[in-house]
Design a protein around this ligand. Structure first.
Ligand code: AMP
Length: 186
């Protein structure tokens, strides 16, 4: 299966992503994890990306698209993958469509985790990651609303979007995600 996993920062995407890739044997492609690894390794891409990440802004599309383009060539992606945190802009979604059309490997679904904004702020404030100061959290939510939310309409139109309620226990949410994925054709 080839799945895009979409949801605001603090929705619990990382936790669910790990369970889903284990359950379905998909590769886990988290652009946030890739960027943090590049930043910690102090590569040129990592240094560039850090300037945006530290402010809660999105890293420029061309950097992200290049990283994902390379990652999708790796052999483990042949067995399917979960894209976690990518695409985050319409331009990224269009670039992904082009890459997948070239390979003749369309997406199976776009899974959206829905969580109300006040709950997100509460969860993010409790998480304590270095990029989780109140101002950075606010900026990341703004970036989600402005740049990423338009993807819901984009994928809604293509019929790929499956939205699930992101409130409840980790197990409850995982069951909802599984029910949505198990109902996919093929
Ligand atoms: P995440 O762990 O997915 O919340 O990502 C952490 C940070 O990495 C984000 O706040 C962005 O600065 C950057 N980032 C991750 N994925 C992307 C993406 N697809 N496009 C742009 N920036 C991204």
């Amino acid at each position: 299966m080839r799945i895009v996993f979409i949801g605001p920062p603090g929705a619990g995407k990382g936790t669910q992503a790990e369970r889903l890739v284990a359950a379905y044997g998909m590769a886990h492609l988290s652009t946030g994890d890739m960027l943090r690894a590049a930043r910690d390794a102090q590569t040129e891409v990592g240094r560039k990306a850090d300037a945006y990440m530290a402010k809660g802004e999105l890293v420029p599309d061309e950097i992200i698209v290049a990283i994902i383009g390379e990652r999708l060539q790796q052999p483990d992606c042949r067995g399917g993958y979960l894209l976690d945190g990518f695409p985050r802009t319409i331009a990224q979604a269009e670039a992904l469509d082009r890459m997948l059309a070239e390979k003749n490997t369309p997406l199976d679904a776009v899974l959206e985790l829905q969580v109300p904004e006040e709950e997100l702020f509460r969860r993010l404030a409790g998480r304590g990651r270095a990029d989780d100061t109140p101002e950075v959290i606010r900026q990341r939510l703004v970036a989600y609303r402005k740049q990423t939310e338009p993807l819901l309409e984009y994928y809604g139109k293509s019929g790929l979007l499956k939205s699930i309620d992101g409130l409840g226990s980790v197990d409850e949410i995982f069951q909802r995600a599984k029910t949505a994925l198990d109902a996919l054709p093929g």
